[in-house]
Design a protein. Sequence first.
Length: 251
Amino acid sequence: MEFSFPAIAVISLLFFGVAFLYSSVGHGGASGYLAVLSLFTLSPAVMSTTALILNVLVSATALITFFKAKHFATKLTWPFIVTSVPAAFLGGMMYVSVHVYQVLLAIVLFVAGLRFLLEMRSSKQEPGVQLPSLLVSLPVGAFIGFVSGLVGVGGGVFLSPLILMMRWANAKRTAATSAALILVNSVAGLSGRVTGGSFEVGALLPLLVAAFVGGLLGSHLGAVRYSSRTIRQLLGVVLLIASAKLFFAAL
């Protein structure tokens, strides 16, 4: 599907906002990009591939920013990554029908919306944290990776609330770990799509520029000070509306 110039301008502006908001909490923004793209008539392959490419760009920017701010914890991150990468590759190779894709995407957006509506601790309120055991983190990483590769997201919308709920890390370390997981899962998912023959993209350049600028600004603010709960809650409402739209379309 070819977009007109006004449509490209509107999508770029929306993607800038999505990248800004998501990157402030260490996310790539795939669920937000998919919510925007769901308003147009696009194939699942184009939607998921576009979201993953943007995910790589924004999550890499966020990871570098949070890493420089010394919020990255290797011991917390590596067990999730070890199993999520091959699982995301396998998920990216699988084909799903448009109906199944709509249902899966609706579920992902619903989870993402709830994630931003949850009451989350401020980074100034350090919870008593304890790293998960490998018996927990390895299978969790595999499950998140497979679902992420299948649907076309990085997995941060699943991992972040889990880490915070289980008190495995504070908010900023959670953001850094999510950025790393999203980056590797997105690359693995794209590789799976190339291998499986479902790698399809459209005119990406304006979207890449908008997402990069938004991600750069959002991750900088997120690494320096914790992001606004109000903004996350508003984003959560938008994602829940998009989820409901997809559920009705699937029905």
